[in-house]
Design a protein. Structure first.
Length: 228
């Protein structure tokens, strides 16, 4: 039609933009530009610090959610990139009281190498999630990571069995199913010898308090199954 301007082609975002800008805006229920940022970080690992800063420092919970998703997928693809940041995962990032950060953190702690001290710290975090979180994805991912850690260190199995007992009758079907599956693998709670009381679990490492915060928005996708 004469005088009608031709439609402009959609412009792809520039991956060299600041990561915070790439992950901002749009529908908060979507993972806006996450795949683009994953590719950018894998191509330029030096940008990993910038990405982590979006989780640690941003006041935008949607940006934190998307950045945590990117970091977990980068960790899954190349765990060696995230390995030097394990102390930060166990410290500053563990204090973020946002489910969409907590479940990605749980996933990463099952993918990186941990020292014995770091593993006990991770166990403490997973126990806390299993006992305090009301988010079904956090609960599923934390239970799964606790199982991964118990396979690496059998001394953790009692922590896992305690959480299995807590959740195997859950009204959250995916969580109860996971707990029952892990029960088949790890067996019943140990029975103390006759005439003795069941030993108490060793005291957990003290964990820092977490700042209050609102829950992140749901991830895009099928919410019938947890991502872990």
């Amino acid at each position: 039609m004469p005088g009608t301007p031709a439609p402009q082609p959609d412009r792809s975002p520039d991956p060299d933009q600041p990561i915070h800008s790439l992950l901002s805006g749009g529908d908060p229920r979507t993972l806006r530009n996450v795949d683009l940022v994953i590719d950018a970080v894998l191509a330029e690992p030096v940008r990993l610090d910038e990405l982590i800063g979006c989780i640690r420092d941003s006041h935008d919970e949607v940006v934190r959610m998307r950045a945590a998703d990117v970091l977990e997928k980068v960790c899954r693809a190349r765990p060696s990139l995230v390995q030097p940041h394990v102390p930060l995962l166990l410290a500053e990032l563990s204090r973020i009281d946002q489910p969409s950060v907590q479940w990605h953190l749980a996933q990463m702690l099952g993918q990186v190498r941990l020292t014995q001290t770091q593993r006990r710290r991770a166990v403490g975090l997973m126990n806390r999630n299993c006992e305090e979180s009301g988010d079904w994805i956090v609960l599923n991912c934390s239970l799964e990571t606790l199982a991964i850690l118990a396979r690496q260190d059998p001394s953790i199995a009692d922590d896992l069995r305690a959480q299995i007992s807590r959740h195997e009758q859950s009204n959250r079907k995916s969580l109860a199913s996971r707990a029952r599956r892990l029960r088949l693998e790890f067996g019943p709670d140990p029975t103390p010898p006759a005439g003795t009381s069941r030993p108490s679990r060793p005291p957990r490492q003290s964990l820092p308090s977490r700042p209050s915060g609102s829950s992140g928005p749901p991830k895009k996708g099928n919410h019938g199954e947890p991502p872990c």
